[in-house]
Ligand binder design. Structure first.
Ligand SMILES: C[S@@+](CC[C@H](N)C(=O)[O-])C[C@H]1O[C@@H](n2cnc3c(N)ncnc32)[C@H](O)[C@@H]1O
Length: 312
């Protein structure tokens, strides 16, 4: 299978447009440009006087966004696509000599092709190297973590990132297994997790595969996903124009909690107004069409005119 041919279907697209309200001439940061699905809609909305800055850590996805967003179409805004982690947003905007932007958007996690590409090690359904890096310039893979962390550290990492209730047993079994042989592949880890929780997928009452949470926890750690998100959220008020908006789509409770708490803290500091009191969820129709959208939650906040120094 040519994984690169898999299209990523953007989630909550109409809802993103409705709540962020991009308009002609605006400057927008799509912090996770991916295949350019949301970005294409932003580009149409802001038109030729607008400026779209798209970031992604994955060089392959950035190329796909480049192909999709075109280069010379009439009415197209200025588009800068930059390979970077969104935690570097302040340096990137300063480098582009931008003092403020109108919108910051992040659609967190991984794209469908990244998830299904066995060579990246993100899926427990197929065998592949236990890598999990979204950015192949990072030095630590998931295999490095499972083969080097102490049992307590592994157990904490799995529990804190994914609330896996069998984290201790899984960490113990990983440490036992690696005494004999280095854990290098996704299927080695799947077998270890299944043996730690007492069997294969069928024997647990939960609907999800027994390795789901362990894989999620490791992916989050390898890519420092919560740390990057916290940096983006903390930088945003300084870079948003008064009236500008920030929108984040998250896919699991750890991310959503961080976004929710950040927006509430900034509201208390008079820096934000909440545009979404409750997270926006996909319609039944979208969930049927695109099952990956099921866990998506969109939250949006609007920047007030309060100076950052007064509010932080
Ligand atoms: C869910 S996909 C985004 C899909 C995109 N909205 C679209 O419509 O095609 C998430 C993307 O974010 C990228 N990504 C994840 N963490 C990132 C980070 N900290 N900084 C920049 N890009 C990141 C991934 O490589 C992936 O391409």
């Amino acid at each position: 299978m040519d994984d690169r041919a898999i299209e990523h279907e953007p989630v909550l697209c109409d809802e993103v447009l409705a709540t962020l309200g991009p308009g002609p001439g605006q400057v927008i940061v799509d912090a996770t440009v991916g295949h350019g699905g949301h970005a294409g809609r932003f580009a149409e909305a802001i038109g030729e006087r607008g400026w779209l800055i798209g970031l992604d850590v994955d060089a392959g996805n950035l190329e796909r966004a480049r192909a999709r967003l075109g280069s010379d179409s009439p009415g197209r805004p200025r588009i800068d696509l930059i390979r970077a982690n969104f935690r570097e947003l302040p340096a990137i905007l300063a480098g582009l000599r931008l003092a403020r932007v109108d919108l910051i958007f992040a659609d967190l996690g991984v794209s469908t092709d990244q998830l299904l590409d066995a060579s990246r090690g993100l899926t427990f359904s197929e065998d592949g190297p236990l890598d999990m890096r979204l950015d192949d310039r990072l030095d630590r893979t998931a295999a490095d973590l499972v083969n080097s962390l102490g049992e307590g550290e592994l157990s904490d990492l799995i529990y804190v990132n994914s609330q896996e209730r069998y984290s201790r047993r899984i960490a113990k079994r990983i440490c036992e297994a690696r005494r004999n042989v280095r854990i290098r592949t996704t299927q080695q880890l799947v077998r270890i997790v299944c043996s730690a929780v007492g069997a294969g997928p069928e024997s647990r009452r939960e609907k999800i595969h027994p390795a789901t949470r362990t894989f999620l926890a490791l992916r989050m750690a390898v890519n420092d996903e919560l740390g990057s998100l916290a940096s983006l959220l903390s930088a945003a008020p300084r870079w948003l124009s008064p009236g500008g908006r920030i929108g984040v789509i998250s896919f699991h409770s750890g991310e959503d909690r961080l976004v929710k708490q950040d927006f509430l803290d900034r509201k208390r500091a008079a820096l934000y107004e909440l545009e979404t009191r409750k997270p926006v969820r996909p319609s039944d129709e979208e969930m049927r069409r695109n099952p990956r959208s099921r866990s998506a939650k969109l939250r949006v906040a609007r920047r007030t005119a309060t100076p950052v120094d007064a509010g932080l």
